[in-house]
Ligand binder design. Sequence first.
Ligand code: CU
Length: 479
Amino acid sequence: MSKKISRRQILGIGAAAIAGGALWAKEGQAKTHSGSAPYQSAAAQPKSQGGRSYWETTYSGGPVNVKPLPPGLPAKDYKPVVVPNGVALPFKIVDGVKIFHLIAEEVEHAFDSGLRAKCWGYNGRVNSTVIEAVEGERIRIYVTNRLPVATSVHWHGLYLPNGMDGVGGLTQPYIKAGETVKYEWTLRQHGTFMFHSHHDEMTQMGMGLIGMFVVHPRSPSSDYHVDRDFSLMISEWSIEAGTSRPNTLEMNDFNVLTINGKAFPSTAPLVCKTGDKVRIRLGNLGATDHHPMHIHGHHFRITATDGEDIPLSAQWPETTVLVAVGQTRTVEFIADAPGDWAFHCHMTHHVMNQMGHEFPNMVGMKPGDLDEKLRPLLPAYMTMGHTGMDMGKMAEVMPYPRNTISMKGATGPFGDYISMGGLFTIVKVRDRLKSYDQDPGWYEHPPGTVALKPNDADLSRDGIAVNERGGHSGKSMKH
Ligand SMILES: [Cu+2]
């Protein structure tokens, strides 16, 4: 047993000493701080001591055999996360250890009602199986490989014995096809983490072997409580129109962008009640692209990364948070504005479904009778893009191959088409809700609060001449 004590533990001991040694005495632990000292949650530890930074040694270097705390239970020890279009992995408890069984397998996955593909996933789901646990508890995760190839599972951001780290070939032998491997360690931290295949990553993560790993704090402060705690995993895919296998060789031109494995309009809305405190945990394990996720009508604070919680004094107010590949970002806000608020990636090509990018640039061109002239040579020819790429509902009835959602969006509350897809969802904030688990439909705007055409009285009062160049009548602008 190692006698080495990490700085974190030393600080913890210091805090306990300041508090009259109550913590340690209460647990009935020996005064020698051996490796079997009970796990102490971060909340009990000071962030600095004697004016010195706490960054001098890593947190992850502590003894690996700390005595675990009892397993945390939903409702009693934590409020479970909400996984839109997904689920938390079930568990059982055996002799004080929380047991999970993760199964890597092929999944016939629906990205949307119009697009299915053969992917790889965990426990019958793609990107949307979440492991949820509690700081201080011991977990044992059996991974069964039902894929035709070898795999491994890496636990991204988590402190664990090196041999549990899941890098195929480096820290463990592969989990060969048909085999089951056991991972086991005690959780010494809390936060938003991830898990993913760490063998032939390009293929296996690209096929869908990724998930979120949420660890709730032990005895959290009241600040931790939220009314809605959402977990969203972002990824990107290359699926050529008419095919049903992701092309994991693609490096740049991804055409299906997903949240928990779904492309808008199939992304389930984030349903909130007016005034709710909301947390959104975002993870990105796509191949290449970073995603600036933007919220409308609110601002949030970035409260944690996959490193640690961010102290209140350092939290950054934002309306857009960049979630780079291999990062988690946790944001919190008060959903105090009723409405249907877009929450989406701000990269414009990431809110389009299955659009090709090999068109000639036609914007502003007047095609005239070009289509008729070309059809004898190219029977399927249709000039596209001369008015932009807003095809409206046409996108759903175009003569594409089957199993395609090219430029698909959704018909909105005004009958017009929402020309968005991919990394787009809606935060639906309502004064009254039947249930959080039910889509409340479109927002009913109070009278006079929707951008509509002005009436003649508006135009005349404000001196707006819509038919004149420059947009103003002869009157001077009012200030
Ligand atoms: Cu993006």
